[in-house]
Design a protein around this ligand. Structure first.
Ligand code: FAD
Length: 433
């Protein structure tokens, strides 16, 4: 009977080190407003420390310089790193580079194209190159990628790409883009779409803007974490830039998104915990109407509900990670879909309560909560809108039920059936009376 909620002492020690490192070395940097290049210089010694500790790019298998941790341990790690947007960058596993490295690695494994390892994968892992994932288009519903319109047409030894994308995160600071495009319009998109690596300086790649968002309302160009709008006009790249096999775009996307969602959910829990700590600290510090906020039942409800919701989300996410480690991403599809929408709502609720308990201070930019709140809103949209994940869960669940004209729990019907079944027993019982 293996049903164990313990972390091995050696790994717990690593987690304790990460907690301390985040609080002491990384949180203070958040307040200094560094530009991207400055930031990279400032965090270099911290990244060296992470490497010495054997925690760099831990999402990758040992053959690629990672630790082969598996999803449960990675999940526990992301819960700590996710407390700050800088955490994953310092630990070499920030999105979208981490997911893109996994895509390249899976593609190389499939095709044996070792040249891609030397040219793109290794420099990406070393933090020498930056990448973006370019799939969503403004004209088609991103929640249904079978509608993608971007085309890549084979012409001799090259692909010629034409299309319009947006929300390619980090596109404007990336060295290369991984573009999802239709390579064969005559078959179902599941078999006719491919991922192709496009260096950003290829003629025809036109990064027109970084889209201002709720998280970063002021329009800036070339900032880490921005979301680029990009036109691809007759962009020619060597056919050898194909990732995996032609037509494998959807299979690759699934492999990338499963672990990514677990890491997202654990990072959201890190954010939730930070907001929760602020909520509790304020509750025991502020007095109104004759008592501390902590002594008012509404505030106590927020504390209790937030803790229970975070605990539920954490157990659900670690269970999804455990299932993925044991049985693979496809077997854990339901669990992963559930944590996506459940985790996103917990994040939002906890930050919202933390803002409320701080009053005007919570709404102000003197606390990180208002930014956390704006960033949290996107969690319900990216990686597939919540509604799509709910639909997956509902559809798969409902498959296990058959229609019944009369509900199978209908008491009068059940009573009649029971009377027929136990007729002998009933007549004996009434004779005994
Ligand atoms: C912060 C952020 C970062 C992102 N980063 C990237 C990136 O790096 N690369 C990239 O390619 N894309 C990225 N995206 C885009 C993201 O993947 C898409 O926004 C997402 O897939 C939804 O697509 P859409 O915006 O076109 O919305 P649509 O597909 O138009 O959906 C709009 C709404 O329709 C509703 N809806 C859709 N389907 C259903 C359904 N089946 N049932 C009920 N309701 C439904 C939902 O409410 C949904 O929110 C990012 C988005 C955000 C916000």
């Amino acid at each position: 009977m293996a049903w164990d909620f313990e972390t091995e002492p050696e790994f717990e020690e690593q987690l304790a080190w990460m907690r301390h490192f985040m609080k002491e070395e990384i949180f203070p940097l958040e307040t200094l407003g560094f530009g991207y290049d400055q930031l990279l210089r400032v965090i270099e010694p911290l990244q060296t420390e992470v490497k010495l500790r054997g925690l760099w790019a831990a999402h990758l298998p040992p053959s690629l310089g990672g630790m082969g941790f598996g999803q449960v341990r990675l999940g526990l790690m992301h819960e700590i790193l996710g407390q700050s947007a800088l955490g994953p960058v310092v630990f070499g596993n920030n999105a979208p580079d981490s997911g893109n490295a996994e895509l390249l690695a899976v593609g190389i494994e499939e095709t044996g194209r070792e040249d891609q390892r030397a040219q793109w994968l290794q420099p990406l892992l070393d933090g020498k190159l930056r990448s973006a994932f370019s799939m969503t288009e403004p004209e088609t519903a991103g929640s249904d990628p079978t509608l993608l319109q971007t085309q890549a047409v084979r012409d001799g030894d090259e692909y010629v790409i034409n299309g319009h994308k947006w929300f390619s995160s980090n596109g404007s600071v990336a060295d290369f883009l991984i573009v999802m495009a239709v390579t064969n319009p005559d078959v179902h998109p599941y078999q006719g779409s491919s991922m192709i690596l496009v260096p950003t300086d290829t003629p025809g790649v036109d990064i027109v803007r970084d889209v201002a968002t709720m998280e970063h309302p002021e329009a800036t160009f070339g900032r880490f974490g921005n979301h680029a709008e990009i036109y691809y006009r007759d962009v020619r790249v060597p056919a050898s830039n194909l990732i995996g096999r032609e037509g494998s775009g959807f299979v690759l996307a699934q492999q990338r998104l499963g672990p990514g969602r677990i890491h997202h959910c654990m990072r959201w829990l890190g954010q939730s915990r930070r907001a929760f700590d602020m909520l509790c600290e304020r509750a025991v510090s502020r007095t109104a109407h004759g008592s501390l906020l902590a002594e008012k039942q509404t505030i106590q409800n927020w504390v209790a509900d937030s803790l229970a919701e975070m605990h539920a989300a954490r157990l659900m996410t670690l269970h999804a990670a455990w299932k993925m480690d044991k049985e693979g991403a496809s077997a854990a599809r339901m669990e992963i879909a559930m944590i996506k929408y459940y985790g996103a709502s917990v994040l939002f609720n906890v930050i919202d309560r933390a803002i409320q308990v701080h009053g005007a201070l919570g709404f102000s930019c003197d606390l990180p909560l208002e930014h956390m709140y704006r960033a949290a809103r996107a969690a319900r949209i990216y990686d597939g809108p919540d509604e799509v994940h709910r639909q997956t869960v509902a559809r798969r669940t409902l498959r296990n039920y058959a229609p019944h004209e009369v509900p199978s729990e209908h008491i009068p019907t059940r009573r009649e059936a029971a009377k027929r079944r136990f007729a002998e027993l009933l007549s004996q019982a009434s004779a005994d009376l």
